[in-house]
Design a protein around this ligand. Structure first.
Ligand code: COA
Length: 336
């Protein structure tokens, strides 16, 4: 009997040209390169400029992913785009990407699970492909944070952490009994109890008579807010927990994993998690130094960079783990 698996067949990423260093931020707010690097690991990030949109970033990442999989846009059966910074409140970003890909009726949807969004997307794509519903699903993580953060001293605790970027993968059916490549296990979780610990309160359809007004804006409640230490504590508990759970469900040991890709929220979180699990530093990839936290895009960007550097050779076992607003968290283990 052949087992139908879903494998990651192609990867791609794109970040805007414009580099914004910690020193650049020093000119906008009361902060310092030293504080930012020490607390988060971020050195610089990319911001969109001119009329660059989320769909522009997503398109470039998708084109690369398709090229590396040897596919054309018309080969895609479905598009899942994870984002917390959609191009428009509705219909989101994926519909603009679909149009830019020249596709006429390929189903697409935005998926909202914040920094865990890409792993929620992979989990969904895995289920869609394994069930036989689709053969090829594009999963994109795409964020433009730069237009939604408070770049003044008041917003500094959040603003310095985030950057813009997009990453994409093609998830494809694999029925070859001689090819072990495939997504082996996915685990996702959520805890709405803490939704307000890291959130963007406005615009809100619960606010009357309109979703946002001058008063709300004067209070800066249209910028993301976070209880940093609370988030940190939960991240360093949930990430090792779900990672162990996922590996154990796949009957794998920590030592079996070649590369660990953690969500790039904070280098200190990832060092702490790796330390707790006794994972050697050389097995953990990071790019937060160059791109900051790109939320749903962080893990697919890391993955595409690893592929470009020749690190995803056949047989490589990769474990991806994320935590973010919602709270949401998850882990996916895949063989290349
Ligand atoms: N530059 C300089 N000083 C800053 C600053 C900045 N950008 N942001 C905050 N500060 C100040 C605070 O005002 C505070 O000053 P005070 O002691 O005079 O009150 C001090 O630095 C410490 O602030 P605090 O928020 O307690 O720092 P921290 O050690 O908790 O680090 C984070 C802040 C955000 C880096 C950290 O909490 C964190 O990484 N949390 C998790 C973030 C995360 O993962 N988010 C995304 C999940 S997807």
């Amino acid at each position: 009997m052949t087992t139908r698996r879903a494998r990651i067949a192609g990867t791609g990423f794109h970040v805007p040209e414009r580099v914004v260093t910690n020193h650049d931020l020093e000119a906008l707010m009361d902060t310092s390169d030293e504080w930012i690097q020490q607390r988060s690991g971020v050195v610089e990030r990319r911001y969109c400029s001119g009329d660059e949109t989320p769909a522009d970033l997503a398109l470039r990442a998708t084109e690369q992913a398709l090229e590396s999989a040897g596919l054309e846009p018309r080969d895609l059966d479905c598009i899942l785009l994870a984002t917390l910074s959609s191009q428009h409140e509705f219909p989101g970003t994926s519909f603009f990407l679909q149009k830019r890909l020249g596709l006429e009726d390929t189903p697409c949807m935005d998926l909202r699970a914040q920094c865990s969004g890409f792993l929620y997307g992979l989990t969904t794509a895995n289920a869609l492909v394994r069930s036989g519903q689709y053969n090829r699903v594009l999963v994109v993580g795409c964020e433009v944070h730069s237009t939604g953060i408070d770049l003044t001293t008041e917003g500094r605790d959040v603003a310095v952490l985030f950057g813009d970027g997009a990453g994409a993968v093609v998830v494809e059916a694999n029925e070859d009994p001689d090819d072990a490549a495939g997504i082996l296990e996915c685990r996702i979780h959520a805890q709405g109890e803490f939704a307000e610990k890291l959130w963007l309160e406005f615009p809100s359809s619960g606010h009357k008579p309109v979703r946002i007004d001058a008063e709300v804006m004067a209070q800066k409640r249209h910028f993301p807010r976070m209880e940093g230490r609370f988030v940190f504590k939960h991240a360093v508990t949930r990430m090792p927990e779900v990672l162990r759970q996922t590996l154990s469900s796949a009957s794998l040991k920590l030592e079996d994993v070649d590369l660990f890709l953690f969500h790039q929220a904070n280098l200190r979180i990832n060092e702490y998690v790796a330390g707790q699990l006794e994972i050697p530093a050389e097995k953990c990839l990071s790019n937060i130094q160059r791109y900051g936290n790109c939320s749903a895009a962080s893990i697919p960007i890391l993955l595409a960079e690893a592929a470009a550097e020749g690190q995803l050779t056949p047989g490589t076992l990769v474990c991806m783990t994320a935590f973010g607003s919602g709270f949401s968290w998850g882990s996916v283990v895949a063989r290349f």
